[in-house]
Design a binder for this molecule. Structure first.
Ligand code: GDP
Length: 431
């Protein structure tokens, strides 16, 4: 979505304007009120165009006005991300030195700038706006955020300057969902992952059940892959998190799993793999997604714990045998490995084995350990991917014991690195 940022000196009425734009939809829009240093995002729509509206409440200056206001990091980021910036000023006080400093800064950014003059509550005073031409930002648009005057015209202007809409959902990125019980360290981990990447392209907050999605890039084996990181921790939504609404968090988890290729289950190393973790793992399996376990808080446990949990995961989740990566979101240890770890699982998830090679390998397995007497393995074929599906053709398939299928499954899993991927093997009759 294109990004529209509302920027301006303190007290010019940024939040009032944002509230006006979001209007009655505000009730269902989950913005990110946060502290004054946070950027609040909300989805907005005007004239059939959707955009992310960013409220830079963050421009509250620490001490002085003017440029000080703009150098606030968060506001800078908002300015950098924005496609269109609404520079809001106050007809009663401006144009001030602070407005001029902000204007100079904005005109250097790549965004389109639309100048708005607020607090023109009485249409008779509209000519006040002409003074603001001195800012060099073009036509000053009169508004009254308080009474809603001029907001429609302002939005027409904003929407006209939005970049062309991207082809819808053309290139949806594979998703990596971060899931886990409360307090296992999801938020801490996400903040680290995003902090390291600083590649947040979109961070869309919608309704309370919405999953926050950030684009990340992973370097793997010399190549680069892009993913959508799906946040169920509500990093962008402290309010809902603070309310601790388990219903919403369960919905978010389900939604994140649905949109993912890989779910990363964050587990508290001090507690090990508990029933609640296994339940989430099974939810991933049932959805046909792949799974990796992140053993977080590794700093709190002896190193042997990793192996214990690996064994426990393999025993308790035999159809997935998820790989386990030890990390400490707190100290940062192992966090750099997390995305490559997920990217590797995603590769396995999307595996396509060349038919010839698969057939040969299964022949080899049959030679190494023959099926029971009277049963012949004819051939094997891959019938699907993401997750990979295999079909084995055999004479008298009913006589193939479960243990033999396990043998083939485990061998395939080992050979093709299918840890964490639910491997489905069917047997069909061939004459
Ligand atoms: P969430 O509910 O899963 O998002 O969990 P939080 O990220 O809010 O973390 C819960 C608590 O665990 C916080 O007090 C964190 O500081 C702490 N925590 C998170 N990761 C680690 C870690 O790797 N080691 C330690 N010792 N504490 C951690």
């Amino acid at each position: 979505l294109p990004v529209v940022a509302v920027v301006g000196a303190p007290n010019v009425g940024k939040s009032s304007l944002v509230n006006r734009i979001l209007g009655r939809r505000r009730a269902v829009v989950a913005e990110e009120p946060g502290t004054t240093r946070d950027r609040g995002y909300a989805r907005a729509e005007w004239a059939g165009r959707e955009f992310l509206l960013v409220d830079t409440g963050g421009m509250e200056p620490s001490a002085r006005m003017g440029l000080e206001a703009l150098v606030t990091l968060q506001a800078r980021i908002a300015v950098e991300e924005a496609d269109v910036i609404v520079h809001l000023t106050d007809a009663r006080t401006g144009p001030t030195e602070a407005d001029a400093a902000i204007a100079r800064e904005l005109l250097r950014s790549r965004a389109e700038v639309v100048l708005a003059v607020n607090k023109l509550d009485d249409p008779a005073d509209e000519s006040e706006r002409y003074r603001f031409y001195s800012l060099g930002e073009g036509e000053p648009h009169p508004v009254s955020a308080l009474h809603g005057l001029g907001v429609g015209d302002l939005l027409d202007e904003v929407v006209a300057r939005l970049p062309e809409a991207a082809p819808p959902e053309a290139a949806e990125l594979p998703g990596i969902a971060i899931i886990g019980r409360p307090n296992v360290g999801k938020s801490t981990l996400l903040n680290r992952l995003l902090g390291e990447q600083r590649a947040v392209v979109s961070e869309a907050a919608g309704t309370t059940t919405d999953v926050v999605e950030s684009e990340v890039e992973v370097q793997l084996d010399g190549g680069r892959e892009r993913f959508a990181l799906l946040d169920t921790a509500g990093v962008g939504k402290r309010t809902h998190r603070a309310q601790g609404v388990p219903y919403y968090s369960a919905l978010r988890t389900a939604e994140a799993i649905r949109r993912s290729s890989v779910a990363l289950l964050v587990v508290d190393a001090a507690e090990g793999l508990v029933a609640g973790d296994l339940q989430l793992a099974r939810q991933v399996e049932e959805a046909g997604r792949s799974l990796g376990v992140l053993l977080n808080k590794r700093d709190l446990v002896p190193p042997e714990r990793l192996r214990e949990v690996q064994e426990q995961a393999a025993a308790r989740l035999p159809d997935l045998k998820p790989p386990v990566l030890g990390v400490s979101a707190l100290t940062g240890a192992g966090v750099g490995e997390v995305l490559p770890f997920a990217a590797r699982i995603n590769r396995a998830f999307n595996l396509r084995v060349r038919p010839h090679e698969l057939a040969e390998y299964v022949n080899h397995l049959a030679a190494r350990s023959a099926p029971p007497r009277g049963v012949k393995l004819r051939y094997a074929t891959q019938t699907g991917t993401a997750p990979p599906r295999f079909t084995l053709f055999a004479t008298r398939p009913g006589d193939l014991p479960e243990s033999y299928l396990r043998y083939i499954e485990n061998a395939l899993r080992e050979r093709y690195g299918l840890q964490g991927v639910s491997l489905r093997l069917k047997v069909k009759s061939s004459r």
